[in-house]
Design a protein around this ligand. Structure first.
Ligand code: F6P
Length: 743
């Protein structure tokens, strides 16, 4: 039985018992009062009758007595009179009661013998009758007879019944009122608060606890101690839960990020929402080759990093369709599902005119912004015409993304790189609900350097449209804030690393980009390192013991010439390595419409030729320069077989080749020579860190790498591998999404 029902039933029983008790008492008192009253009235009546009856009895006028009792025996409540002589013999009786004379005889005799007035109640003809008997005497005091009056006393029962009826009705009304009030009080003061506490505790248990409910606001004296205790308990529970969550996050963070984990994470964070990525370079390019269409992955860190993320998150990647067969494979909306072997996301291609490509990509982005940001002593060129095309193409991509997100509430958009500095503002202007991040894949220089650009303010305003601005390392974030501080009117919070402009806040944070932990496992090569090295060198008809590898786009920022010069110096300084050490350079020609890049390509080939000419022997040469866009599958065996890798960028946002090499090398007995001017050098501290401008020490670094103790190599490589596995591209994406969905 519920407590409320129990309470109500108990209350009704108690109230009923009290009511019955009081009623009994009231009935008793009332009855006594009524009887007394009846007795008094009957006594008065009897006295008045006696005055007439006594002389008649004494004179034995029986006929007169009979007439008298007949005449007065039926008044108001009086239903009859009986007159007895001193022996109890009936002298006269009212007709209506004549049959009952015998039943009052004992009472009559008693009254006569004891000389007292006696009354009693009897049932006569189903009626309650009050019988009053009083003796009478002569002047000498001798009892001469008795007079009995029969009064109808049924009114007493009626009156008492009324009392019962009235009290019962009162009990019913009282019970209803009491039950109602009890229920309300119970609800307000007991069940309500208990239900509230229960709901609150349940919410806490299920993790639905709302911040506002953390302290129970119950205005209830009864439950105040309980509320106090439960509040305390809730706080403790909350703390325990928080620390458990932190522990879970810690454990989660400790466990390796991979595709599955990112998938679960993004579906939790984004629900059904898809990601939108915008970059200049497309992840898959379709090219015509010998009458067929082939699909290639263009070189560059951006694609290496983002393709695995998009495969997991799905969504739309908008990019410039630059392949000569790109238009042949897309649908009417210029879309195609990629990758071709396992379609996992949509690539939407944007077509650019030759003028747009020249002005925006080759001109402004790669002859202006690229050297501007890289500080490689390459003079940036800024032309008004290029700037106009840069703006136009940003607007073109802006329209494309706005069309894509038309029906999507608060879409998540990741803008990539220096090609689209204006895009965040263009998107947010039209869709303030969109969450926009821009990730800058190249360095950000100091304000003095950046100030060279005639449109520095416009570029900064464009970027500040983003909610989140990401760079590879903290230094670039610092430089960015310095630059904004120098050129724009805005509020900068140096503690939070935020920039507030016209009420909009942009968070600036480092997100060191990385590779997939599955990078190396894509290539199954069962050969041991030495055997693999031998078979690879055989392909070039060359003998050697040690092999070094370099993989770059042919770009003046990569320090390829400096690397070759260091190799040259190495052989000069350490001739014992002639015919023993071979360096394989994979060089992908890049941006070859730009004169500087064409010159660099020629210069690179020439330098390699000169060095080879200087040192080569019959079956050996120091540098194998492999010009072309080589697939990962082609490069991977070289990563695995090489004894060392050289990444000697003069300036590089991150450089993923360094990470790819560490992730792929076999047996952990290899060495990475890494430029101090790469973002990667902040993480891969166990590489041999070099200044690429210092040819002498680079030559020594090569020697050191080739002669390093095996144990030391293993220790260094192990630490770097762990770092890359822990901070892989899935973690990068998760961090970016976490930050972006925080606002
Ligand atoms: O790393 C910087 C970067 O611009 C990337 O965005 C891009 O993947 C890579 O260099 C290659 O450049 P491009 O797309 O001009 O060939």
């Amino acid at each position: 039985m519920k407590i409320t029902l129990r309470l109500v039933v108990s209350l009704i029983i108690v109230v009923a018992m009290i009511a019955i008790g009081f009623s009994l008492y009231q009935v008793k008192i009332e009855r006594e009062r009524l009887v007394r009253e009846l007795e008094r009235r009957t006594a008065l009546l009897s006295e008045s009758l006696e005055e007439s009856v006594i002389p008649l009895v004494q004179s034995k006028s029986f006929v007169k007595i009979k007439r008298f009792v007949e005449r007065f025996g039926n008044r108001e409540r009086l239903i009859g009179i009986i007159v007895n002589d001193f022996q109890g013999e009936t002298i006269a009786s009212t007709k209506a009661i004549s049959g009952y004379a015998h039943i009052i005889l004992p009472q009559v005799l008693n009254s006569i013998s004891e000389k007292k007035t006696i009354h009693s109640f009897k049932k006569i003809d189903h009626k309650e009758v009050f019988i009053f008997t009083k003796f009478f005497e002569d002047e000498e005091g001798n009892v001469t007879g008795a007079l009995s009056l029969f009064q109808d006393s049924s009114f007493i029962d009626i009156r008492l019944r009324e009392i019962w009826k009235y009290n019962f009705l009162r009990l019913v009304i009282l019970s209803i009122v009491i039950v109602g009030i009890t229920l309300l009080v119970v609800k307000w003061s007991i069940t309500g608060p208990i239900a509230q506490i229960a709901e609150w505790v349940r919410d806490m248990r299920l993790g639905n606890e709302k911040e506002k409910k953390k302290t129970m606001a119950l205005n209830n004296d009864v439950f105040a101690p309980l509320v106090k205790e439960v509040t305390q308990l809730a706080k403790t529970l909350s703390k325990v839960k928080k620390s458990m969550e932190e522990e879970k996050i810690r454990l989660d963070t400790e466990s390796l990020w991979n595709a599955e984990k990112l998938k679960a994470y993004t579906s939790d964070k984004l629900g059904d929402k898809k990601l939108f990525v915008i970059s200049n370079r497309e992840p898959y390019q379709h090219l015509k080759e010998e009458g067929k269409i082939k699909c290639v992955v263009p070189p560059g860190g951006l694609v290496t990093a983002l393709d695995p993320v998009m495969r997991v998150c799905d969504g739309v990647w908008i990019a410039h369709g630059s392949g000569d067969a790109d238009r042949l494979v897309v649908d009417e909306k210029n879309k195609i599902r990629v990758p071709p072997d396992n379609p996992s996301y949509t690539l939407k291609r944007i077509w650019l005119t030759k003028e747009e490509e020249d002005g925006y990509y080759y001109g402004f982005a790669n002859e202006g912004m690229w050297p501007l940001c890289h500080i490689t002593h390459e003079r940036p060129i800024f032309r008004l015409n290029d700037w106009i095309y840069y703006q136009k193409v940003n607007e073109k991509f802006g329209l494309a993304i706005l069309e894509e997100i038309e029906d999507i509430e608060s879409p998540l958009i990741l803008v990539q790189d220096y090609h689209f500095a204006l895009l965040p503002y263009l998107i947010k202007e039209k869709r303030p609900d969109a969450k926009v991040a821009i990730f800058w894949h190249i360095p950000w220089p100091n304000p003095e350097t950046y100030g060279i650009c005639p449109w520095v303010r416009e570029l900064l305003i464009g970027m500040l449209g983003a909610d989140l601005i990401g760079f590879h390392i903290q230094l670039y974030c610092n430089n960015f804030l310095d630059t904004v501080d120098r050129f724009l009117e805005s509020k900068i919070d140096w503690e939070q690393f935020t920039i507030s402009k016209k009420g909009h806040i942009s968070f600036v944070k480092p997100f060191p980009i990385s590779i997939s932990p599955a990078f190396s496992t894509n290539n199954i090569n069962t050969q041991r390192k030495d055997a693999l090295k031998e078979s690879l060198l055989k392909e070039f008809d060359i003998n050697g013991i040690y092999m070094g590898v370099g993989v770059d786009r042919i770009d003046y920022t990569k320090g390829i010439l400096e690397r070759f010069r260091a190799i040259e110096r190495f052989f000069e300084k350490y001739p014992q390595f002639i015919e023993k050490f071979i360096f394989v350079e994979f060089g992908a020609p890049s941006r070859t419409h730009i004169k500087r890049y064409r010159e660099l390509l020629a210069q690179t080939e020439e330098t390699a030729d000169n060095i080879n000419w200087k040192f080569q022997t019959k079956n050996w040469k120091p540098i194998i320069f492999l010009k072309g866009n080589h697939s990962h599958e082609k490069i991977m065996p070289f990563y695995m077989a090489a004894d060392m890798c050289m990444v000697t960028s003069l300036h590089d946002g991150m450089n993923l080749v360094a990470k790819e090499y560490v992730a792929s090398c076999l047996e952990d007995s290899d060495v990475l020579i890494l430029s101090q001017f790469t973002g990667a050098s902040r993480e891969l501290k166990d590489a041999l860190i070099v200044n690429p401008y210092d040819i002498e020490s680079m030559a020594d670094a090569i020697y050191f790498a080739l002669t390093m103790d095996e144990e030391e190599k293993k220790i260094r490589m192990k630490k770097m591998k762990e770092n890359i596995m822990d901070n892989n591209i899935y973690k990068w994406a998760a961090n970016l999404i976490t930050e972006l969905t925080r606002f």
